[in-house]
Design a protein around this ligand. Structure first.
Ligand code: HEM
Ligand code: FES
Length: 347
């Protein structure tokens, strides 16, 4: 949360996550280079390093793109989402090693500027077999750099959440460029069935996973229909909401998280101010709604983060009548107090 900025706040969970990433990277590179040297003695160390880091970066990108939809489909994947940005920065560093070694190997040994050699050395954009595929990798690396450089919450707060989110959606453009980078590059010179299978299978996996997760989400966006009393829309029964948990209902085109906090009901926007995490899938911890993605907290009645934090989300006025919850479809400004509705004594 944004009371002040520190470069990186490492807690035990993050340290364990980062050590696991580092161990995975070292294991993959060690195995790839070791096995590659044993099975293909003609391959130079530079080629093995380029291939090890290139394939690893693409593999990590597949994991990164899978984590979001997997967490939507099964809550057990949420811990992976918690620190996804560190995975993203690690993936960028691996891609950078691959790109830098490729630049040295293929462009730095002549008398032309390496960047000119990369971008203008091969103008055959109309050819499939001789397409300048490295340019695609270069553009993708540029996007990954932008994302890694702005991954800290400092940039999230300063760019504003919608701009930051739009920038980070470019990861899908980078992914498509990289699929083409490999399909028009190495797969044109080496018809390696394993690589083709992995690329096509990986692409199919990402597309299917996103479609399935989107399909599961769709009913949640269907406008809720119910009786209206004094302008308040019937949302659900109190009995449908477990204590400290929420029910998510789509009202006026926006998802509203209706929380039960002991003997009262409160409603807030379902979108966390951090990265739009689904607040209604979180719980109330220490009196605050706690986002299931990275743990941002909001008071149920004000939608404001507890001091010294400054995030705010819109609240909704609620009423409880005969054990049924009614919500005013008009949201209150972010951070404005809405009186919690008592469950008992409602008539
Ligand atoms: C400046 C940017 C880049 C350059 C100059 C570049 C260059 C290259 C070259 C020359 C190859 C063929 C290497 C060979 O014959 O073995 C290659 C392949 C590949 N690249 Fe890139 N690349 C760049 C960015 C990226 C990025 C950002 C990724 C992934 C995140 C990536 C992933 C791959 C993969 C998976 C392969 C196929 C395996 C291999 O041969 O290494 N590349 N790239
Ligand atoms: S989305 Fe990150 S804490 Fe809510």
């Amino acid at each position: 949360m944004s009371a002040g900025y520190q470069a990186v706040l490492w807690n035990r969970q993050k340290k364990r996550y980062d050590l696991t990433i580092l161990a995975g990277i070292l294991l993959y590179i060690g195995l790839f280079v070791g096995l590659g040297a044993a099975l293909r003695p003609e391959a130079t160390p530079e080629t093995l390093i380029i291939r090890a880091f290139g394939t690893l970066a693409l593999l990590m990108l597949h994991v990164i793109l899978s984590v979001g939809p997997l967490a939507r489909l099964d809550r057990r994947f949420l811990p992976l989402l918690y620190n996804r940005r560190h995975l993203g920065v690690s993936m960028f560093l691996c891609a950078l090693v691959h790109g830098a070694f490729s630049m040295i190997q293929f462009h730095a040994l002549g008398d032309v500027n390496p960047l000119v050699s990369l971008l203008a050395g091969n103008p055959q954009y109309a050819s499939i077999s001789a397409f300048p595929f490295q340019t695609l990798g270069f553009v993708a690396l540029g996007i990954l750099f932008l994302m890694a450089a702005t991954s800290h919450d400092f940039w999230l707060a300063n760019l504003s959440a919608p701009v930051w989110k739009a920038l980070h959606m470019l990861v899908y453009v980078a992914y498509l460029l990289l699929v083409l980078h490999v399909a028009l590059g190495i797969l044109q010179t080496e018809r390696n069935l394993v690589l083709i299978g992995l690329l096509v299978g990986g692409f199919g996996w990402i597309v299917t996973l996103h479609l399935v997760a989107g399909f599961r989400e769709k009913p949640g966006d269907a406008p809720h229909r119910g009786d209206v009393i004094d302008g308040y829309l019937h949302a659900c029964a109190v009995a449908d909401i477990k204590d400290k948990r929420a029910r998510i209902v789509c009202i006026s085109g926006e998802r509203v998280a209706i929380f039960r906090n002991g003997d009262t009901i409160s409603a807030v926007s379902n979108a966390c101010q951090h990265q739009n995490g689904p607040l209604g899938e979180g719980r109330i911890v220490d009196g605050c709604i706690t986002c299931p993605w990275h743990g941002y907290q909001y008071e149920p009645e004000t939608g404001a983060s507890p001091p010294p934090f400054t995030e705010k989300i819109p609240t909704f006025n609620v009423r409880v009548v005969s054990g049924e919850v009614y919500v005013d479809p008009e949201p209150n400004p972010a951070g404005q107090r809405a009186e919690p509705a008592p469950i008992r004594g409602s008539s």
